[in-house]
Design a protein around this ligand. Structure first.
Ligand SMILES: O=P(O)(O)OC[C@H]1O[C@H](OP(=O)(O)OP(=O)(O)O)[C@H](O)[C@@H]1O
Ligand SMILES: Nc1ncnc2[nH]cnc12
Length: 179
């Protein structure tokens, strides 16, 4: 029987809340909390992200904090481990670090050296792609510790902020693109 459920983009659109002027004036914040608390919609999203488009994946990586929600859940669905990309000063031991700009400020993220077996195929995920600063920094850090990053997947892409262009030839997939 045909699947009568709405396409996943519609499911995402129905579970994203726009919050004007957060965290600073002029930013329309895409809040995915309504998606995270809706088990059926969340399951649709995870199933879409687990469609195998990037081929074999050894590990999923996600960026603190909202990328942990997406990444850890997807890793469970794919049956892989999860690599945390954390904000500065949170990971013990040796780390590599990168500082980057994003839509509303600047941040530094870190990955542990030794976190990823050399040559592992790693899928990087996050909730939102905006300027792409976070994704490019995380991608490069993962490769510095030996990963082969196979793609970057997000739930929502803010198309007008140019993140996809910034990622260049790196494969990017979003479930919903908005202006
Ligand atoms: O494409 P960019 O312009 O880099 O923006 C996207 C990033 O911004 C948000 O994270 P944020 O740094 O706000 O952290 P949070 O997950 O802790 O809220 C979002 O979860 C992405 O990681
Ligand atoms: N507008 C936005 N909404 C949610 N997360 C973001 N990260 C960067 N820009 C964002």
């Amino acid at each position: 029987m045909a699947d009568a459920r709405p396409p996943v983009a519609g499911v995402v659109a129905a579970h994203v809340r726009d919050v004007p002027d957060f965290p600073q004036p002029g930013v329309v914040f895409k809040d995915l909390t309504p998606l995270f608390v809706a088990p059926e919609a969340w399951d649709r999203v995870l199933t879409a992200l687990a469609d195998g488009r990037h081929g074999e994946v050894d590990l999923v990586a996600g960026v603190e904090a909202r990328g942990f929600v997406v990444g850890a859940a997807l890793a469970r669905v794919l049956g892989t481990g999860f690599v945390p990309v954390r904000k500065a000063g949170k990971l013990p031991g040796d780390v590599v670090a990168a500082t980057y700009g994003l839509e509303y400020g600047e941040a530094t993220i870190e990955v542990q050296t030794g976190a990823v077996p050399d040559g592992s195929r790693v899928l990087l995920v996050d909730d939102v792609l905006a300027t792409g600063g976070t994704a490019v920094a995380a991608w490069d850090l993962l490769e510095r510790v030996g990963a082969r990053v196979v793609g970057f997947d997000v739930v929502v892409e803010l198309g007008l902020l140019g993140g996809r262009d910034r990622l260049g030839v790196r494969p990017v997939r979003s479930l919903l693109t908005v202006g």
